[in-house]
Design a protein around this ligand. Sequence first.
Ligand code: ZN
Length: 328
Amino acid sequence: MEKTIMRKMSAAAVTCFLMLFFTASSHVSGAAGALAPNELGKVLILEYHLIQPEPSEWARTAQDFRRDLDLLYSSGYRTLALSDYLQGKIEIPAGTHPVIFTFDDSSPGQFRYLVRNGKKEIDPDCAIGMLLDFRKRHPDFGMKATFFVLPGAKEPHKLFGQPEFETEKLKELAALGFEIGNHTLWHANLKHYDAGVVRKQLASAVQAIQAAVPGYKVHTLALPYGVYPRELAWAVDGSYGNTTYHNDGILKVSGGPAFSPFDARWDPLHLPRIQVTGKALERLVHYFDLHPNEIFVSDGDADKVSFPAALKAEFNSRGFKSLRVVAY
Ligand SMILES: [Zn+2]
């Protein structure tokens, strides 16, 4: 049947068809394993704020967000949980790039329930709804994301802005396998406070999350405004009342692509992120398409770290001692 089709096509059309075919197939094979592994390449930690119909600097429309997912998927990115990144546990297929999704400020467009005729459902146009739908169509993309929530903020930022569903949403986030992170109690600028207030902000946020999801381990912090307290130690460990906290990862609000956890320069307490605004993501994906040797490419084996031998000096040989190292 293919032969019949080919015979009917003019020579020009055949050339055009072949070009399209090879362009498309080389892209797909690039995403599916043709790229040599480089687990010392950069990792994208994406930062989202508002998901809403009105465009603004800090907003993504539902259409933008769906386009982001399509772009990442077709460019060979697969979702990685922030906690797995922090543990150097990179379980994505060979030849693909990890992408870490983070959402700050618990706004309604990130997670909204619609109630129709007394029946509650997840709004298909909120971030969670879109991630669920995308996973249905592309299970291999995964659905890992961290939500940095504000349990004590003013509405509409207090735990996604539907007071009657606050507890339920935190429970459902955890049940769906999403991660919940600390963003302080009410978006406090931590440089303005002494140790006591900083610790109260961080411990109270953990306490509120654990009140909804008993035993939930919050171990990451996204700094409001990207601002550190006067002493880093206050952000890492502390307690207030009966609640203690410990953060393995601390995230800033900007800074570009992050180091691989296997890179000697990696600093999990100062992690940069990429604000997904305008065409920033598109430009970045395009950049790494053109410079594939700079991005993390998985070897498909979470117990093994693979990278070109020329990069050996950059390897973080002190961390992740249980991993098998393959410098080729
Ligand atoms: Zn924030």
